[in-house]
Design a protein around this ligand. Structure first.
Ligand SMILES: Nc1ncnc2c1ncn2[C@@H]1O[C@H](COP(=O)(O)OP(=O)(O)O)[C@@H](O)[C@H]1O
Ligand SMILES: [Mg+2]
Length: 162
């Protein structure tokens, strides 16, 4: 199943992420894709805020993984753009985060497609003339969560559910 949202500006993007963070359930994985500047990091900043994380979040381009523990659930934020080999993924300890309570957010997830668990949300961000389109692909097990999420999002200004 896929649900699409039109997010008109950067603030709405953060609010959209914040709702994800507020509602997040331990172990959820958000596998994000979208061109440079699409808004993957902006969305992740919103998620971090929703989790109650205090630190500022930046793209971990050179460290690959950044770990945040000050929120109600721990967040693992990963930038897979430069991950070219499975060995590197092993070196940075990627698997240690799977099947834990960590909320996992991966930018450039296609880069490590084979190593993303099937139950992950696949989040695609595309440019629109005004704002962005976010497509969230989810499986049957996440349906109830998604319905509750959509309900919250319906109340937000500058977001249109497509
Ligand atoms: N829904 C949106 N509409 C318009 N601009 C947005 C939206 N979401 C994010 N932006 C802006 O686009 C840029 C996205 O940057 P960033 O989040 O770093 O993208 P990425 O991590 O995908 O490369 C930022 O300048 C941000 O303010
Ligand atoms: Mg980024």
């Amino acid at each position: 199943m896929i649900k699409e949202f039109h997010i008109y500006d950067s603030d709405a993007m953060k609010t959209f992420g914040k709702i994800i963070g507020e509602m997040a359930i331990a172990g959820q994985i958000f596998a994000m894709d979208g061109e440079l500047g699409a808004g993957k990091t902006t969305l992740t900043q919103g998620i971090a805020r929703g989790l109650g994380i205090k630190e500022r979040l930046n793209s971990p381009t050179f460290t690959f993984i950044q770990d945040y523990k000050s929120g109600k659930l721990p967040l693992m934020h990963m930038d897979a753009y430069r991950i070219e080999t499975p060995e590197l993924l092993d070196d940075i300890g990627y698997d240690d985060y799977l099947f834990t309570e960590y909320i996992i957010v991966i930018e450039w997830a296609k880069q490590i497609e084979k190593r993303i668990p099937g139950e992950a949300f696949k989040v695609n961000i595309n440019y629109l003339e005004e704002g962005r389109k976010i497509s969230i692909e989810y499986d049957q097990n996440q349906k109830l969560w998604m319905m509750a999420f959509i309900k919250k999002v319906e109340e937000v200004k500058n977001i249109c559910i497509l």
